[in-house]
Design a protein around this ligand. Structure first.
Ligand code: GDP
Length: 429
């Protein structure tokens, strides 16, 4: 198609005309068709649980879905935070739900918690990346693709009654542009009613003052606007989890039993569990899925594509050319490669120069050492030579003395041997 045709088609925006139908055509069944197709296809929903070990994450998940998910008890000795996803197939009536629960194992257990948020951010990004890769495939199959993007992050707050920990604020801030965060106060049965009220106000104040964006239940759909607006005012939900059943009156209810009474999980006077379940599962599950796709994934996708050099053409300019972008990126990549090569070469040359200098210095030191040793050696040699001379002189003096003594001795011997002979002669005479 010629460029001018392209322009003509892309700019043409004919006004739609309203017509009335003569009779029933049938496209009013489109919503039903959609519902039927979706039900056949099934749904996926992915929940990320972030909170300290032992805060009650697994118990709450079991309570929420009224089942027992297999979870292994986490220790407090994880070296770093580890994301552990587990997928389950659930069915209610004829609706299939592929539910993935992701546990941030070891969160809050390390002495240095500076990087605790990173594995969580990386996990969320990795799920976006997988989806983007599927979208970019030539033969993509998004229809039966198992979407693992995180639809909601339940952030479990410890019921201290004081304020949020800095770990909570940092983590939520890092996550808020990537996932829908619903903060919940865990183990709400361990805090008194008045303390809980003040704690909720404090938490919301801290989230606002630190610019942390939490998920707001949507109020644009008339059918749920009222309930959602009321529920937004109840955030963060204070929840109690239990899978234990206790008899209250003549009914068995899920509760936690204490010596002084029973805390009923589904009693709205006792905690906000029902509110959480209503909002998360019964009213806003689809909105959470939709927000994940249209807001968080869209942001990730935009940044990634811009990073790769893609851009949208505005209405008047030429349409975006993939070929040109590819060429530009290739050039950019090659010049970057060249720059890196040059950098490495320079580094190598510098290293060689440095080593050369070091070697020269070593050689000079060795030479100095050698000269010093040579001097010491010569001095020693001179001293030995002197000693030898002295010794030789002493030896010859000794020999001379010895010869003189020997001469004297032989003279004396000669003299004593002549004396008796003379005496005999004298006697004869
Ligand atoms: P996780 O490590 O965060 O998954 O925590 P668990 O769900 O394994 O719970 C740890 C302990 O806390 C268990 O003994 C639970 O019975 C207890 N627990 C869970 N939920 C609550 C709650 O709402 N209130 C109280 N008081 N204890 C709870």
């Amino acid at each position: 198609m010629a460029a001018t045709d392209l322009e003509r088609f892309s700019n043409a925006e004919p006004e739609p005309r309203s017509l009335s139908l003569g009779g029933h055509v049938g496209f009013d069944s489109l919503p039903d068709q959609l519902v039927s197709k979706s039900v056949t296809q099934g749904f996926s929903f992915n929940i990320l649980c972030v909170g300290e070990t032992g805060i009650g994450k697994s118990t709450l998940m079991n309570t929420l879905f009224n089942t027992t998910f297999e979870t292994e008890e986490a220790s407090h000795h994880e070296e770093c935070v580890r994301l552990q996803p587990q997928t389950y197939d659930l069915q209610e009536s004829n609706v299939h739900l592929k539910l993935t629960i992701v546990d941030a194992v070891g969160f809050g257990d390390q002495i240095n918690k500076d990087e605790s948020y990173r594995p969580i951010v990386d996990y969320i990004d990795a799920q976006f990346e997988n989806y983007l890769q599927e979208e970019l495939k030539i033969r993509r199959s998004l229809f039966d693709y198992h979407d693992t993007r995180v639809h909601v992050c339940l952030y479990f707050i410890t019921p201290t009654g004081h304020s949020l920990k800095s770990l909570d604020l940092v983590t939520m801030k890092k996550l808020d542009s990537k996932v829908n965060i619903i903060p919940i106060i865990a183990k709400a049965d361990t805090i008194s009613k008045s303390e809980l009220h003040k704690f909720k106000i404090k938490i919301m104040g801290e989230l606002v003052s630190n610019g942390v964006q939490i998920y707001q239940f949507p109020t644009d759909d008339e059918a749920v606007a009222e309930i959602n607006a009321v529920m937004n005012a109840h955030l963060p939900f204070a929840v109690v989890g239990s899978t234990e059943e206790v008899k209250v009156g003549n009914k068995l209810v899920r509760a936690r039993q204490y010596p002084w009474g029973v805390v009923q999980v589904e009693n709205e006077n006792h905690c906000d569990f029902v509110k959480l379940r209503e909002m998360l599962i019964r009213v806003n599950m689809e909105d959470l899925r939709e927000q994940t796709h249209s807001r968080h994934y869209e942001l990730y996708r935009r940044c990634k594509l811009e990073e790769m050099g893609f851009q949208d053409s505005d209405g008047d300019s030429q349409p975006f050319s993939l070929q040109e972008t590819y060429e530009a990126k290739r050039k950019e990549f090659l010049s970057e490669l060249q720059r890196k090569e040059e950098e490495m070469r320079q580094m190598f040359v510098n290293k060689v120069k440095e080593t050369e200098l070091e070697l020269k210095e070593k050689e000079r030191e060795l030479h100095e050492k050698f000269e010093h040793l040579k001097r010491v050696h010569q001095e020693e040699k001179r001293k030995v030579e002197e000693k030898r001379r002295e010794l030789e002189e002493e030896t010859s003096a000794f020999n001379r003395r010895k010869a003189a003594v020997e001469a004297l001795q032989s003279q004396a011997l000669h003299a004593t041997s002549q004396q008796p002979l003379r005496k005999d002669k004298d006697k004869k005479n």
